[in-house]
Design a protein around this ligand. Structure first.
Ligand code: ADP
Ligand code: MG
Length: 559
């Protein structure tokens, strides 16, 4: 659960002060009101687009004030409409003599307060019109769209209205453009977890780990139905399938907005967007503008919504016009159709099935299975004092290594190890990726042929460890994988002198490595990421030393 750092009582005041401080170049506070107007307003002769609603939705609404978008925004308490007085003061400050277009989501409190403010303005001779945003398809039936609520579609309607006002359209024309945009904009959303109000200790609702709420609003309410949790791809399909039947279907060009509700990672959103883009293209639609990010949030709600605006020539021109606000900027470029993109990546190799004939294939496949089995444990060891990625890095690297080794003829031992090392380093990344890559590749280089004897193997490992220390510059006792590697190397050398078989020598050396890896628990790291929090790692074995012991032990069982 997350709560805010800011006390509930002063939440609205405090964030607004910081916002105006940070973006004073673009916006200024309306004196005596919880509202902001652009530094560029009032502008004589231009319609003022005034937006607003409760707070907790940032960038909506204050973040969307600036040239080409809103002239002003009124700020209510969290999820609460602003009062008529606040609306009135903000609109007065924004009015440039050509009238005010109010645009906001269709909620009763907002309708009442903005309506009262409009009457006061009229009494003073200031003309105003209103466009209610009604894009949320889950909040009412398609037959009565006027009863629906406004959610992330706010951004698109405001953008079009702001561009029309910027162009110099009169009040009736700005209203018409905004109404057209609203009529062609639809949104569908899902939540993975509820949000927590400032000062509250519990979220407004929670969603079970295995579930997802479909069709939520933006005020912390659960969705209209609960479904099993979906993958990024399945989610994209649900969103697209929900929206397509609602579009007018008269134009191929759309604006797509994938909106994060406050706690959804951008990377997850892009993964979902990849599929959305594919699906739209498959339907013959062309997302000439796509916005992926946070535009209308719901405090720290986890979830996303997809909004589609089907353009026509008028809307295409207005949407493409430039704007410059704290949270949303556009240079005014019109994009051509963008092909959906699908990356192919060797690092995503899956290794199915049994190992083949080759010694390297059998050895590395056994190592992979052991690393997979211990992936969580390696991650936890790495998380004690560093970044926790060692388990995932090792399995990713070894999967790629096995896949690469299988491309090489089974009797080419050194070729297979060279290929495995290169693939390992590429796929695993990180310090250990580079270091293991060198160990594998250099061992391969030292073997030069097929089936080595113990002395050749010991020589190859000697050379590999030399290359390893040249690269990593670790010394024995630094608490790195070298503290398991060095005893392994020495044991192999002793066994070679005693004329032991390769299998026998390897087993002895692997046992030595396993003991040494355990003993690293008593050391303090001076290399790599863990050095900064060295004390924390006391009593825990080094992750790299541990993975090395696992690896050589598993290999030993195949020889
Ligand atoms: P990263 O540190 O980039 O997150 P990993 O977590 O995969 O990479 O690997 C961490 C392990 O790498 C450490 O436990 C240590 O054994 C090893 N390591 C890090 N730096 C060095 C180095 N300079 N020399 C030898 N081994 C190192
Ligand atoms: Mg790490």
């Amino acid at each position: 659960m997350t709560t805010t750092l800011t006390p509930a009582e002063t939440f609205k005041r405090d964030w607004l002060d910081g916002f105006v401080g940070a973006y004073g170049r673009t916006v200024r506070k309306v004196p005596g009101a919880y509202g902001v107007v652009g530094r560029h307003v009032p502008r004589p002769g231009k319609v003022a687009v005034v937006i607003g609603g409760g707070c907790g939705h940032y960038p909506a609404f204050a973040g969307l004030v600036g040239p080409g978008l809103a002239a002003g925004a009124v700020v209510g308490d969290v999820f609460t409409s602003p009062s008529a007085e606040q609306v009135y003061r903000t609109a007065r400050a924004a009015d440039g003599g050509a009238g005010v277009l109010f645009a906001y989501g269709n909620y009763q409190g907002d309708v009442l307060h903005f309506g009262l403010a409009a009457r006061r303005l009229a009494a003073e001779g200031i003309d105003s019109r209103t466009v209610l945003v009604t894009d949320d398809i889950a909040s009412g039936p398609p037959e009565a769209p006027e009863g629906r609520r406004g959610v992330a579609g706010d951004l698109l309607v405001f953008k079009v209205a702001g561009a029309a006002a910027e162009r110099g359209d009169d009040l009736a024309a700005v209203q018409a453009a905004a109404e057209l945009a609203n009529a062609r904009t639809r949104t569908f959303g899902v939540a993975f977890d509820g949000c927590t109000l400032p000062g509250a200790r519990e979220p407004l609702f929670t969603v079970a780990e295995s579930q997802m709420e479909v069709g939520l609003g933006i005020h912390g309410e659960p969705g209209v139905r609960t479904v099993p949790r979906l993958s990024a791809t399945e989610l994209a399909d649900v969103l697209v399938d929900g929206l397509l039947p609602e579009l007018p279907g008269t134009d191929r060009r759309v604006v797509a907005v994938l909106n994060g509700l406050g706690r959804t990672k951008y990377e997850d959103m892009f993964a979902t967007y990849a599929r959305i883009h594919q699906r739209l293209a498959a339907e013959g639609l062309n997302p000439v503008h796509a916005e992926v990010g946070e535009f209308v949030t719901s405090l720290d709600m986890a979830g996303v919504s997809l909004t589609l605006l089907e353009l026509d020539d008028e809307l295409a021109e207005l949407y493409a016009a430039p704007c410059d606000t704290p949270a949303f900027r556009s240079g005014g470029a019109v994009l051509d159709a963008v092909e959906p993109h699908v990356t192919t990546d060797a690092a995503l190799a899956t290794v199915d099935g049994e190992a083949g004939e080759g010694v390297v294939d059998r050895a590395l496949t056994a190592a992979l299975r052991s690393l997979e089995h211990h992936e969580g444990e390696l991650g936890r060891l790495d998380a004690v004092a560093a970044d926790g990625d060692h388990g995932l890095g090792m399995t990713r690297g070894m999967r790629a290594a096995v896949a690469a080794a299988r491309q090489v003829p089974p009797d080419d031992l050194s070729g297979a190890l060279l290929a495995a090392g290169t693939a390992f380093a590429d796929a695993a990344g990180g310090a250990s990726g580079a270091l293991y890559g060198v160990l594998l590749a250099e061992t391969g280089a030292g073997l030069r042929g097929t089936c080595p004897d113990t002395a050749t193997l010991a020589d190859a490992v000697d050379a590999a460890v030399r290359a390893f220390t040249e690269l990593g510059r670790a010394e024995p006792g630094d608490k790195t994988m070298l503290d398991a590697i060095e005893p392994f190397r020495q044991a192999l050398r002793e066994q070679a002198r005693a004329a032991a078989s390769v299998a026998q020598a390897w087993r002895v050396a692997a046992e030595r490595a396993a003991k040494a890896a355990e003993a690293t628990a008593d050391l303090l790291p001076t290399r790599g990421r863990a050095a900064r929090l060295a004390e924390r790692s006391r009593g825990h074995a080094d992750p790299g030393a541990t993975s090395f012991a696992l690896l050589v032990t598993a290999v030993g069982e195949t020889l």
